[in-house]
Design a protein around this ligand. Structure first.
Ligand SMILES: Cc1cc2nc3c(=O)[nH]c(=O)nc-3n(C[C@H](O)[C@H](O)[C@H](O)COP(=O)(O)OP(=O)(O)OC[C@H]3O[C@@H](n4cnc5c(N)ncnc54)[C@H](O)[C@@H]3O)c2cc1C
Ligand SMILES: *[C@@H]1O[C@H](CO)[C@@H](O)[C@H](O)[C@H]1NC(C)=O
Ligand SMILES: *[C@@H]1O[C@H](CO)[C@@H](O)[C@H](O)[C@H]1NC(C)=O
Ligand SMILES: *[C@@H]1O[C@H](CO)[C@@H](O)[C@H](O)[C@H]1NC(C)=O
Length: 616
């Protein structure tokens, strides 16, 4: 009897259960659909020009990346000029993944990745397949700004003061700060009133703090004796929550923010899948560009200027293809030399190194949490939670050399990646990957150590005169011994960090970094870390400097402080390649600053007087 009743009850329960579940599914479905609508669709209008292009424009901007999207947006604010923005890759509406921060790794090795590889390195990358460094670069509307891990850092004030000292008038910290402020829409309440920040610009800046481990990092930082700082404020050295180019959980790419929001501007044409193969230079003047679009070659005239913003690999490549570059190199490939300049020299990049640690407490981001429907829902509905950041949930900048200066120039950065990395995104050799990467599902995090002031310098050269042949990238990583020494000092700091009570309390340890391929040296000795760095360090994706800015009489410079190519009229370069020295931090925000500034230079305007700040 009792048995029967129970069965009966269960039966009824399961019917109502099915109905209830169906309702739940329906509710879930609607919520997700609404979420998609608001987060994915609504804010993402296509800005692509579908009709035919005109035969001429006042300004032609080549490349719609961090720099190009900003420049096209600013130049077209003047209604009486016409602007064409050409992008080799596709539209940002083609995949939702472009806009979801946590998914940034999944963009690599897709059709929107240039997927470059360096030539085999001699002193580094010994743990990578063929000793090469894999260089992903964004190939779509937004360039690497829609491809990167969204950390918002400006570098050190000393970086820009050094540029000015090298003869780049107008590029000191005091000169460039207003251009950082111009773009900025600071969304972190505690920083809105800081004189180092601004609200109301195009670029949304928010913070992480999505998993409990982010507080542990800061606690450990305090135990190491560092302050918690705003690294984009007065003092860069110290620990901080991450600042991100993310608005309400959606990536603030330059394409979405600077182009999406001005959608429909009549005097701006934007053309995707349009690869510029050559700048036409006549009589030492840039006259227009050759473009491959829809399999056809077209010529478009620039009545005022061509602005090259292809990034640190493609800008020097395009200049060389157009006859602007080292004379002997171009002649050896049969390219007619328009002007002899050191294009492709001065290649500088930051290296990074994942120092893994397992933990015993579930305070970070795990595969399980990524797969959880609740976490996805939280993201869809509120734009928060683990999907709303790239996984880097804390940051430290350090001066590892002897100095008494409070306002020192950091040489090592820690980016705290709160996941236990198990996928071989980085092309480690199989045996290295097996030992070094983590087991899927394990608990852990990584202190990503970046070398901020590299002394090793490399080159970019053409492989042939064919614009579709990839250039030869040779960063010469770690060929300057000082870079290895800086890394060893970074390891000493990491050891101190892992040994703090806060990190010990969650079970952090050194075990993951005991690697057989270096254990011929004593574990944790200088020689051991030297070996680890040479095997495992790889690019942190910040190549810069290949069309160096400098005084007009500086023989090592390609562009002058107005970013005009020396010896050629109506031609500028504006992107990461103009940096005389790579700045001490992640490079996206500095490139956006460069774009804001060059836009004023081109327009002959000063749009930032109201943003100049006293005593900064
Ligand atoms: C995986 C990754 C992670 C990163 N993480 C961060 C981070 O967290 N924070 C940070 O600050 N920085 C980060 N960076 C670096 C930062 O994104 C770059 O320094 C910055 O985006 C470079 O801007 P750019 O304008 O110089 O070049 P890009 O943004 O790369 O733009 C160049 C554009 O030009 C187009 N193009 C090139 N050649 C041609 C041609 N011939 N014709 C037409 N179009 C062309 C390209 O397709 C591309 O869209 C990261 C970069 C990568 C790749
Ligand atoms: C990579 O480096 C190793 C160790 O120095 C060397 O033996 C090997 O020949 C290198 N491979 C290539 C492709 O350069
Ligand atoms: C393109 O050409 C048409 C016809 O001359 C002109 O009306 C329009 O303003 C041009 N658009 C741009 C963006 O130059
Ligand atoms: C070349 O440029 C010079 C200087 O600007 C000018 O005087 C000359 O007329 C130009 N020649 C041609 C063929 O355009």
């Amino acid at each position: 009897m009792e048995q029967n009743q129970q069965t009966n009850f269960r039966f009824r329960f399961s019917i109502s259960g099915i109905i209830a579940t169906m309702n739940w599914f329906a509710v879930f479905g609607i919520i997700i659909a609404v979420g998609y609508y608001f987060i994915a669709r609504k804010s993402m209008p296509s800005v692509v020009t579908n009709g035919k292009l005109n035969t001429s424009y006042d300004y032609i901007v080549v490349g719609a990346g961090s720099a190009g999207s900003v420049i096209a947006s600013r130049l077209s604010e003047d209604p009486d000029v016409s602007v064409l923005l050409l992008e080799a890759g596709g539209d940002y509406t083609e995949s939702e993944l472009y806009h979801i921060p946590l998914k940034f790794f999944s963009l690599q090795r897709t059709e929107s990745d240039w997927e470059y590889y360096t030539v085999p390195q001699k002193e580094s990358h010994l743990g990578m397949v063929e000793n090469r460094s894999y260089w992903p670069r964004g190939k779509l509307l937004g360039g690497s700004s829609i491809f990167n891990s969204m950390q918002y850092t400006r570098g050190s004030r000393h970086d820009y003061d050094e540029w000015a000292e090298l003869g780049c008038d107008g590029w000191s910290y005091n000169d460039v700060l207003p251009y950082f402020l111009k773009s900025e829409d600071m969304l972190i309440d505690s920083l809105k009133d800081s004189k180092y920040h601004n609200t109301g610009g195009y670029l949304g800046i928010s913070t992480g703090g999505v998993s409990p481990i982010s507080d542990v990092y800061l606690q450990a930082g305090k135990e190491m004796g560092y302050d918690v700082v705003d690294y984009n404020g007065e003092v860069q050295e110290g620990w901080s929550p991450m600042q991100y180019t993310i608005r309400n959980g959606v990536r603030s790419s330059t394409s979405l923010e600077f182009l999406g929001r001005i959608n429909g501007r009549k005097n701006l044409h934007i053309s995707v899948r349009s690869m510029v193969t050559k700048i036409n230079i006549e009589n030492k003047t840039a006259k227009g560009v050759y473009v491959i679009k829809d399999g056809r070659k077209i010529y478009i005239e620039a009545k005022k200027e061509v602005i090259v913003s292809g990034g640190a690999v493609n800008s020097p490549q395009l200049l060389m293809l157009s006859g602007v570059g080292p004379k002997q190199h171009l002649e050896s490939l049969g390219i007619k030399v328009e002007v002899d300049l050191p294009v492709g020299d001065n290649l500088q990049d930051h290296l990074l190194l994942h120092t893994f640690s397992s933990i015993s407490v579930d305070v970070g981001i795990t595969e399980e949490k990524i797969q959880s429907v609740m976490n996805e829902l939280k993201y869809r509905l509120f734009g928060t939670g683990i999907y709303s950041i790239s996984g880097v949930d804390g940051n430290g900048f350090f001066c590892t050399y002897e100095t008494d200066e409070k306002n020192c120039a950091p040489d090592i950065q820690f980016m705290m990646y709160s996941l236990s990395m198990s996928d071989n995104f980085l092309c480690f050799k199989d045996d290295v990957a097996k030992e070094y990467l983590n087991k899927p599902g394990s608990l852990g995090f990584s202190t990503v150590m970046s070398l901020l002031d590299p002394k090793s310098v490399g080159t970019i050269r053409l492989q042939s005169a064919d614009p579709f042949d990839y250039p030869l990238i040779d960063p010469q990583y770690l060929t300057d011994r000082r870079d290895v020494d800086a890394y060893i000092r970074g390891f000493r700091l990491w050891e101190k960090f892992i040994s703090t009570p806060a990190m010990k309390a969650i079970g952090a340890n050194f075990e993951k970094m005991k690697l057989s391929f270096c254990l011929q040296h004593k574990f944790q000795s200088d020689a051991y870390w030297d070996c680890v760095v040479r095997h495992l360090a790889y690019t942190v994706y910040h190549p810069a400097g290949t069309c160096k800015m400098g005084r007009s009489d500086d023989k090592t410079a390609v562009v002058d402080p107005q970013l005009r190519v020396k010896g050629i009229k109506n031609l500028r370069v504006a992107d990461a390649s103009i940096m005389p020295n790579v700045i001490s931090g992640n490079t996206n925000a500095p490139v956006i600053m460069i774009a804001e500034k060059v836009s004023d230079l081109i327009r002959g305007k000063n749009t930032v007087n109201h943003l100049r700040r006293e005593n900064v």
